[in-house]
Design a protein around this ligand. Structure first.
Ligand SMILES: Cc1cc2nc3c(=O)[nH]c(=O)nc-3n(C[C@H](O)[C@H](O)[C@H](O)COP(=O)(O)O)c2cc1C
Length: 357
């Protein structure tokens, strides 16, 4: 039996396999409310055999949306719209997960397929962004530095979002601390030049993330709380894998059970080289240094490639994004590629299409 199709238990939540769907923004909501598109999009991956389906970056406050078309979970109408989506994922055997997010200085931007770039200004439905410091992401409007009361409100918003997410049926809550969004902005010295207890030392820069984890654990004790990190800024003087490992270990002490290791997104001048499995070494470094369960993500597109990462001991789970968009039945295909089609959770309705072992 492959490692890829071996179940894994994390924080009381068991996934049927280790090939998961990474969060992917759809830029397709109005007023933060998910709709029929999100339902079809996410449920198909559960039918396609995913172990966990993680819904896209979901804003915990309106001003935390990346674009005006992003989904949210800051009110009850949004919670109620998420509930049938989480149920559809669960009924197809996958764990419903959701990424809870605040975009900070990278909020209020045009969606990728709007044909426009940069910040959405107030008159076009945008808003004033906030961040640890009043330093703009290159090409975007300048954010306002959060005061201490503003930071407290964000912690409370992650807690309230966690309650709504669990009430909607999500079992895994992924904190978005990657890709240059708010929590990553606090972690990296390139975007955080505050002079208070949220800046300077690693402990201080990690303070907000750790407060968020504490608040989420208290608000949603039945959920598995996980974190997505960018383990490298790919820029001089920035965040890196060693700092990620230290903070992951601190987060684990506070009850976070899994770390999804991505990279980049903090600054536009990042120097990043992509290719098959390009972020696997970062996952392996965090796993070895922190002794925590990690996911590898980034250009992992076949069953054998995914299995090799697990067999090398570089990660505990494989997440994929674009390969699921190309083939929503990626997990069913991956099992066939590994020579064990019956290891995948083929829906009964599709069994006539399953290859023989
Ligand atoms: C359409 C699209 C939307 C994405 N949205 C998110 C998101 O909401 N949150 C996030 O952490 N990453 C997001 N990502 C990054 C993916 O989760 C993933 O890390 C990245 O695509 C690399 O994996 P891949 O090579 O398997 O696609 C997005 C990627 C794509 C292609």
């Amino acid at each position: 039996m492959s490692l890829l199709f071996t179940p894994i238990e994390l924080g009381g939540v068991t996934a049927r396999n280790r090939l998961w769907v990474a969060p992917m923004c759809q830029y397709s909501a109005q007023n933060g409310v998910p709709n029929e598109w999100h339902h079809v999009h996410l449920a198909q991956f559960a039918a396609g055999g995913a172990g966990v389906v993680i819904a896209e970056a979901t804003a915990v406050v309106p001003e935390g949306r990346i674009s005006p078309e992003d989904v949210g979970i800051w009110n009850d109408a949004q919670r109620d719209a998420w509930a049938p989506i989480a149920a559809a994922i669960r009924r197809r055997g996958a764990v419903p997960g959701i990424q809870l997010a605040h975009a900070g200085r990278k909020a209020s931007t045009w969606s990728p397929f709007s044909g426009r770039r940069g910040s959405v200004l107030d008159e076009a439905g945008g808003w004033q962004t906030v961040a640890p410091s009043a330093i703009a992401y290159e090409g975007f409007e300048t954010p306002v530095a959060l005061d201490l009361a503003g930071i407290d409100r964000i912690v409370d918003a992650f807690a309230a979002a966690s309650v709504r997410a669990v009430d909607a049926g999500f079992r895994m809550l992924e904190v978005h601390a990657a890709h240059g969004y708010l929590l990553h902005q606090f972690l990296s010295p390139l975007s955080n030049v505050r002079t208070d207890e949220y800046a300077g030392s690693l402990e201080n820069r990690a303070r907000l993330l750790l407060r968020v984890i504490d608040a989420m654990r208290a608000a949603a004790p039945s959920a598995a709380v996980t974190v997505r990190f960018s383990a490298h800024d790919w820029a001089d003087g920035g965040w890196d894998a060693a700092q990620t490992a230290t903070v992951a270990a601190w987060a684990a002490e506070r009850g976070a059970v899994f770390f999804d290791i991505s990279s980049g997104g903090l600054v536009a001048h990042q120097q990043i080289t992509t290719g098959p499995g390009y972020q696997v070494p970062l996952a392996a470094e965090v796993r070895a240094a922190a002794g925590v369960a990690v996911g590898a993500v980034g250009e992992i597109t076949s069953g054998p490639q995914a299995e090799a990462v697990l067999a090398a001991g570089d990660a505990d789970v494989i997440l994929a994004g674009r390969e699921w968009l190309r083939d929503p039945h990626f997990a069913l295909r991956a099992a066939t590629e590994l020579g064990e089609p019956a290891a995948a959770p083929w829906p009964d309705q599709y069994l006539r299409a399953r290859p023989r072992a």
